[in-house]
Design a protein. Structure first.
Length: 131
């Protein structure tokens, strides 16, 4: 599956495994689940998961917006709302230019209205097309 669909990890600071995970899951067909722990998410001061730099937040929004575009395009009926956690981080910074950049990063993949609604109206719900 990985070779056939040329699935790779994104070269970003955070969420680098997101695209890999949803593409493998989508194209694999049947998936078996092993209940043993195989992955541990560790966040500590200074780790990549703790990085709140503007570029890192914007690239995470882009990765997740691209995921939502893929899920919608392929008729899954699923919407990944984890993008809102990055919107929340950006809103905390009180930087209007950064908010506009976040909207444009999301808009590249069809999620601009979702970002706009969050920053302007503080609405945190998936677009109607996903409901």
């Amino acid at each position: 599956v990985i070779e056939r669909w040329s699935i790779r990890f994104d070269e970003v600071w955070r969420n680098n495994d997101t695209t890999y995970s949803y593409l493998v899951g989508f194209h694999a067909g049947d998936v078996a689940v092993d209940r043993r722990k195989g992955y541990r998410h560790i966040v500590h001061s200074g780790s990549t998961s703790d990085n709140r730099e503007n570029g890192v937040l914007l690239s995470s929004i882009e990765v997740l917006a691209r995921k939502n575009q893929f899920l919608k395009k392929n008729g899954t009926g699923v919407y990944d709302s984890s993008m809102y956690s990055f919107f929340k981080e950006i809103r905390r910074k009180k930087n209007n230019l950064l908010r506009v950049k976040a909207i444009f990063h999301a808009a590249k993949y069809g999620c601009g209205w979702t970002a706009f609604r969050y920053f302007v109206f503080k609405k945190q719900s998936p677009p109607k097309s996903y409901r």
